[in-house]
Design a protein around this ligand. Structure first.
Ligand SMILES: *[C@@H]1O[C@H](CO)[C@@H](O)[C@H](O)[C@H]1NC(C)=O
Ligand SMILES: *[C@@H]1O[C@H](CO)[C@@H](O)[C@H](O)[C@H]1NC(C)=O
Ligand SMILES: *[C@@H]1O[C@H](CO)[C@@H](O)[C@H](O)[C@H]1NC(C)=O
Ligand SMILES: *[C@@H]1O[C@H](CO)[C@@H](O)[C@H](O)[C@H]1NC(C)=O
Ligand SMILES: *[C@@H]1O[C@H](CO)[C@@H](O)[C@H](O)[C@H]1NC(C)=O
Ligand SMILES: *[C@@H]1O[C@H](CO)[C@@H](O)[C@H](O)[C@H]1NC(C)=O
Ligand SMILES: *[C@@H]1O[C@H](CO)[C@@H](O)[C@H](O)[C@H]1NC(C)=O
Ligand SMILES: *[C@@H]1O[C@H](CO)[C@@H](O)[C@H](O)[C@H]1NC(C)=O
Length: 690
């Protein structure tokens, strides 16, 4: 495979960039490597006595200590066009640094799989994390996955950021620390990179073959940590969208404020940079008619809303008195707390107080002081405060119309799975959505019964609309079967279904308390037009399943055709004047009061429209009372043995009981504590939910 980097990177030789690199090398080279063991300064009380190096032998050269295994995690965009070439260059730059470096790519995109194939085992793919419906990964899920893999050193980095060899030497050095640590390094923003990788991916060549070092502050950063005992920070990482700002700074600030780990700013010793002359593209492939702008605005709203909702506890300003910077002076590394002007040179028994510029300083100390002064003038992380970036909007409007969403989401048969939920069912909704994603069902849409669930769904990266004519005043715990609240809520469902049918899309309405074992769509689709396919709510094992009021309007498939639309219009009209829930309206309209329009044991025919209602076989589509399946010890096995495609968690009263029954049965896919879908690598503890 041929990558034409040279085309893009062999622009004019950039003298300035190279000069600033050489200039730094010159400054550092100015210093003696010799280390003094003396320090007379009085230091403030708070200060760490020493930054300890493992193995107590701090004079050992850092080349011969065990070499850490480094895993670099990133979430690339599809490998196409200029962005694809840049990402490929970046990944090659990482792999070329050391054979102890492996790369994990978070993606589900086919171009990423074929890219990884060319590198063998050193580049692997992790598709099993949370993504939004537009394909953007969630940062909290990426971090959780990275933590679960527990490499010696884990690194999260932007997919276009190029690394130079001082990345490895810095990490090798920091890895010798006796403390657990979290390291961040800002990447420099350059507009031109006049070098290219040699054919082995080992070294950078300029026009004249020289090697490179670059410095300039930017807003992207890499985050690295050792596989230690201590967590990175207190609290729960909010469900940030990856690459939309905030998340790196959030981790950095929370790590500083939590003070579990030594937090190190390595911006001056790790050269990493990216080109900034391109428009940022999204993760989405541009196959549909919806504009990129609309899609991006959806996710921007997600992030500002996130800041707004979590703002009260999440965006603390960082406590910089806990920050240590790592500098390289005279060929050695040293840690400096710039807030307090304290340096910790390698081998010193005590820290060095840089405030003390008196005559008592040895010449070595003075040289260290001068070097640090110079290093401090290089922009570091505290200049990139996140305060200014946060602009919360308090009014949330719909960035994508129902029509655009349907066109993005629908499958090739123009079918949409519609889930309906209010805020009290948010965890149930998430579990349902996680299950659908796991089954590779991505054509689902959520209809939100209240503003809270609408906002929640946006934060969780789900395609959501506000339901047609939502009821006001939904009670949190008392909206279960039979209540006044329940009656109002159910009527919203048929109205929304009708709205979507009229736009030309088939709808599978699935309550969020329906657990899917397998994807039933192609089976339901096979009934064709003018047939409404619905679950039967009959519990009697023998006898007909289409008896009065046994049509379950919580799971049905409606084909978009004029007969179905006419029939559903009748149902909606009937429900509007009824003082019951919509379920009896379905039955009484389509099967006749008392079942007068029944046809055999499992069908009805509505005579005015000629719509057929087909009641689904309960072995495949059991309701919550059928054969006591929910009382089985191993309900999953019992159901799979019957060939269940789904099971409805109905015929139980009360939100809490319903939730508990489903979580404890194991038919549950969402981790409430960490706010992400459960994955095989995810250690969850459902007992903490109750
Ligand atoms: C990158 O640098 C250019 C100038 O060199 C500047 O105009 C641009 O705003 C910078 N971008 C970022 C994200 O800092
Ligand atoms: C910052 O951290 C230091 C040391 O942990 C602590 O003494 C100080 O009170 C903190 N400052 C703020 C503003 O929280
Ligand atoms: C909302 O419901 C509660 C209890 O169900 C009731 O007391 C209250 O009056 C209702 N408010 C409105 C505006 O309907
Ligand atoms: C889509 O329609 C085709 C042809 O009717 C059918 O074979 C296929 O199973 C359907 N797929 C889904 C997911 O409904
Ligand atoms: C179930 O249906 C059968 C036959 O229709 C009937 O004889 C029986 O009484 C029913 N059982 C219950 C519990 O309703
Ligand atoms: C509403 O319910 C009451 C009894 O619950 C009933 O008497 C009345 O006829 C019902 N109204 C309608 C329009 O169905
Ligand atoms: C329903 O079917 C009957 C007999 O096939 C036909 O006469 C009638 O016109 C149909 N009605 C509609 C609304 O299509
Ligand atoms: C799960 O959570 C419960 C309640 O927080 C706790 O008592 C229990 O020890 C936890 N179990 C595991 C395996 O972490």
């Amino acid at each position: 495979m041929e990558y034409r980097y040279s085309l893009f990177f062999s622009n004019l030789y950039n003298n300035k960039v190279l000069q600033s690199g050489l200039w730094l090398v010159w400054i550092c080279g100015f210093f003696l490597i010799g280390i003094s063991f003396y320090s007379t300064q009085m230091l403030p009380n708070f200060v760490k006595e020493q930054i300890k190096i493992k193995k107590s032998d701090s004079s050992v050269s850092f080349d011969d200590v065990s070499y850490p295994k480094i895993t670099i995690f990133t979430a690339p965009r599809p490998f196409a066009g200029l962005i694809g070439e840049r990402q490929a260059l970046a990944v090659r730059s990482w792999l070329g640094l050391s054979k102890n470096i492996n790369v994990v790519l978070f993606s589900q995109h086919p171009t990423v799989f074929s890219f990884a194939d060319t590198f063998g085992s050193r580049v692997s793919i992790e598709p099993n994390i949370d993504f939004t419906f537009l394909g953007t990964p969630f940062f909290h899920s990426m971090v959780a996955r990275s933590l679960a893999l527990s490499s010696d050193v884990s690194v999260l980095i932007d997919p276009e950021t190029i690394l130079l060899s001082n990345f490895v030497s810095t990490l090798k050095y920091v890895h010798k620390l006796d403390d657990d640590w979290l390291l961040v390094a800002l990447s420099r923003n350059i507009s031109d990179f006049p070098f290219r990788l040699d054919s082995h991916g080992k070294s950078w060549l300029a026009n004249d073959g020289k090697h490179v070092g670059l410095q300039k502050c930017g807003d992207r950063m890499l985050i690295a940590w050792n596989n230690g005992e201590l967590p990175l920070h207190k609290g729960v990482l909010p469900p940030f969208l990856y690459g939309k700002g905030f998340h790196n700074h959030w981790i950095f600030s929370e790590a500083l404020n939590s003070d579990f780990r030594l937090v190190i700013d390595a911006s001056s010793t790790i050269s990493s940079f990216y080109l900034n002359d391109l428009e940022v593209e999204d993760y989405v492939s541009t196959s549909s008619t919806t504009s990129e702008f609309e899609k991006r605005s959806w996710e921007l709203i997600g992030n500002s809303l996130l800041g707004w909702l979590y703002g009260s506890f999440s965006f603390h300003e960082a406590n910089y008195s806990n920050l240590f910077k790592i500098f390289e002076c005279g060929g050695s590394y040293l840690f400096v707390n710039t807030e307090h002007n304290i340096a910790y040179p390698l081998g010193y028994k005590k820290p060095l107080n840089l405030r003390n510029k008196g005559i008592s300083l040895s010449s070595t100390d003075r040289e260290i002081g001068d070097c640090i002064d110079l290093m401090k003038s290089i922009e570091g992380i505290e200049r990139c405060s996140m305060k200014d970036q946060l602009r919360f909007s308090t009014s949330i409007s719909l960035p994508l119309s129902l029509e655009s969403l349907l066109s993005i989401l629908a499958d090739q048969n123009k079918t949409i799975v519609l889930g309906v939920a209010g805020y009290s069912y948010k965890d149930m909704l998430m579990s349902w959505a996680c299950r659908l994603r796991k089954l590779q069902v991505f054509n689902f849409l959520v209809c939100a019964l209240d503003d809270e669930i609408y906002e929640f769904s946006i934060l969780q990266g789900m395609p959501v609309i506000k339901c047609a004519y939502p009821p006001t005043n939904i009670s949190f715990d008392d909206c279960h079967f039979g209540t006044e609240c329940f009656k109002k809520v159910t009527k919203v469902k048929s109205r929304t279904v009708l709205q979507i049918l009229k736009l030309g899309y088939n709808v599978l309405l699935s309550d969020v308390d329906v657990y899917w074992f397998n994807n039933p769509l192609s089976y339901l689709n096979s009934f064709g037009p003018a047939v409404l396919v619905a679950q039967s709510d009959e519990y009697n094992i023998t006898g007909p399943i289409n008896v009065p009021r046994r049509l379950n309007s919580g799971f049905y498939y409606a084909h978009s055709d004029s007969i179905t639309i006419m029939a559903l219009e009748k149902v909606v009209k009937h429900a509007a004047i009824s003082n019951l829930s919509e379920q009896p309206s379905f039955y009484d309209t389509l099967c006749g009061e008392g079942g007068s329009q029944r046809l055999g044991d499992y069908r009805c025919l509505e005579p005015e429209t000629n719509l057929t209602v087909h009641f689904l076989n309960r072995d495949f589509f059991p309701n919550g009372a059928y054969k006591g399946l929910w009382d089985e010890k191993n309900i999953k096995k019992a159901c799979m043995d019957k060939g269940c495609l789904i099971i409805h968690n109905n015929w139980i009263s009360g939100r809490k009981k319903k939730l508990e029954r489903q979580v404890l049965s194991g038919l549950w896919e969402y981790d409430i504590d960490t706010r992400m879908c459960m994955q095989s690598w995810h250690k969850n503890n459902v007992t903490s939910y109750f």
